[in-house]
Structures are given as structure tokens and as C-alpha cells.
Write a protein that binds this ligand. Structure first.
Ligand SMILES: [Zn+2]
Length: 288
């Protein structure tokens, strides 16, 4: 039976029926969680957010969580609070980085002090419980790594993928002490359909097979991600791709930097992706 989870539906958002948004678009293990996309894998849960259900106005409508955007910051703060309510972990307990399009993934072993400057990195691996590892994207790949002993989240654009950011993410999760089987979930991000690139980008993926990673003048970043995760030791049947393109999906669903081409990147909103550990019966439901 394909009943959607209602575990995290509370608070002020009153999404329309998710069937109206997703139809049969979401394949297991992905499922609709209100207007957003959830995935439960052994040891943790990830939620890939759409842009629906926030308070930001144009051009950031509605759910923009990007602090490094030209949006009205009180709106962004409210949006982040709403995301926190949906995942059951408030923003004060999020592990985030200043995303650099690089390949550093850091291990976090304790919650940073409130107000601490975010560390430059493109991913976080942790074994902590009751925290969420979060990245923000607007076409780049949000990739969650989930294992019974820990979780990681990674922001992977073409530069990061070319620099092996996913391989490093798996290595960091291992280094953090995770010995169990890791599964990966690739969230909504730009598809090969829309990712036309120049030869410079093509060349960055020469070591990946033509026809899989490189197709005429397009790059298939999701296939690169799959192969890189496989090289890092995750079997392909443990790599789950939601297979939704942020650029050609309806504008009302996702922020897409490339769709807004020509604009200042700070004028494009960012959607959140979060992953957290779920041991046994799941979240503790604390209100913020
Ligand atoms: Zn597309």
C-alpha cells in the first residue's frame, strides 16, 4: 500500500494532497511527505524539500532557506523554522557548512556553539543523534548517505563531483566510525535533460564512460554520482536516485539557478535537504 507518511506533518503548513503534486512520479524508497520528498533507509531518514510552503515573496517564493541570498532574512528564518518543524529538529541543531563547490567533507562530533561561523565545506558526516545534517541547493545534487551508525549530507555540483566529493563523503563517514552498510539517496537536481555543458566541464569527467556520464554536449551528473558512490564501495542497488530534474520540473516546485540564468545567483532561492539518524522508534517529537 502506498499510503504516505504523516509522521512529520504538523505545524502550520497545510499541503494540498501530495498525489496532486507527484502523481506516480515517486518510486520506492522515495515517498511523498506533504509537499516534499522523504526516504527512509536503515539507520536514518532524509527529507528533500521543494519550494512549497514558505513565506518568501518573488523571486524566492515560497520556501527559500538560503542564508546567502538577497531574500528578506526574517522570511528565510521563518522558512528554516518551518523546515525544522517538518523534520522535528530545529535550525539550532542543524549541521551546515559554508558551501564552496569543493570536495571537503567534515566530520562533526559535537554541536557547534550558537552563532558560530559556518565552516567552509561541502558536506558533513556525523554519528550524533538528534541533529540534522543539512545542505541547500538550486540544481546541484543533494546526496544523503545513511547507515545504522551515522549519516552524511553532501552538496555535489560538477566541480565537487570532479573533485570526488562523494567518494570523500563515504570515506569521512567510515572515518567517523560507521562500519555498517551505507545507502545513498540522490535528491532533486539538474538532470541530463537540461545540463548542457562546455568542453571544460566535459573534460572533467573524461574518466567516466562516454554515453553514461558524457552525452554529446550534456553531462549526466547523476550517473557520475552513482558511479562515484559505487567506486567508493556502495553497491549500485544501494544508490537511490529520485530522478527529478529541478530545471524542467514546474517552477512552483524547485528553485533552479540555471533556469534563472542571467540573474545574480543570490537572486535564486535554495531548497533544503536534511538527513538525520533514526534509531528504533524515530524522532522524539520535541517542539521548539
Ligand atoms: Zn531537465
Amino acid at each position: 500500500m502506498k499510503a504516505m507518511s504523516t509522521t512529520h506533518r504538523r505545524g502550520r503548513t497545510t499541503p494540498k494532497k501530495s498525489e496532486d503534486i507527484w502523481g506516480d512520479r515517486l518510486k520506492a524508497p522515495f515517498k511523498a511527505v506533504g509537499d516534499h520528498i522523504g526516504v527512509d533507509l536503515p539507520g536514518g531518514r532524509a527529507l528533500f524539500f521543494t519550494r512549497r510552503g514558505g513565506v518568501s515573496g518573488e523571486p524566492f517564493e515560497e520556501l527559500n532557506v538560503g542564508l546567502d541570498t538577497n531574500d528578506y532574512m526574517p522570511a528565510v528564518e521563518e522558512n528554516r523554522k518551518r523546515v525544522g518543524q517538518l523534520i522535528g529538529i530545529p535550525p539550532e541543531r542543524w549541521l551546515e557548512s559554508k558551501q564552496m563547490h569543493g570536495s571537503d567533507v567534515r566530520i562533526v562530533t559535537e554541536l557547534p556553539d550558537a552563532g558560530a561561523e559556518p565552516v567552509e565545506a561541502d558536506g558533513v558526516a556525523t554519528t550524533l543523534e538528534d541533529v540534522a545534517a543539512v545542505v541547500v541547493t538550486a540544481d546541484c545534487l543533494p546526496v544523503a548517505l545513511i547507515a545504522p551508525g551515522g549519516v552524511a549530507i553532501i552538496h555535489a555540483g560538477w566541480k565537487g563531483l570532479a573533485a570526488d566529493v562523494l567518494k570523500k563523503g563515504v570515506e569521512k563517514l567510515r572515518e567517523a566510525g560507521v562500519e555498517d552498510e551505507i545507502q545513498a539517496a540522490i535528491g532533486p537536481s539538474i538532470g541530463v535533460c537540461c545540463y548542457e555543458v562546455n568542453t571544460h566541464v566535459h573534460r572533467a569527467f573524461m574518466r567516466y564512460p562516454r554515453g553514461t556520464a558524457r552525452l554529446s554536449n550534456h553531462a549526466h551528473l547523476k550517473n557520475v554520482a552513482r558511479l562515484q558512490l559505487q567506486h567508493a564501495g556502495i553497491p549500485l542497488d544501494h544508490v537511490h536516485d529520485v530522478d527529478i530534474c529541478t530545471m524542467c520540473a514546474p517552477r512552483s516546485l524547485f528553485h533552479s539557478h540555471r533556469r534563472d540564468r542571467g540573474n545574480d545567483p543570490k537572486d535564486t532561492g535554495r531548497q533544503a535537504s536534511a538527513v538525520w539518524r533514526v534509531a528504533g522508534d524515530g524522532g522524539d517529537g520535541d517542539a521548539d
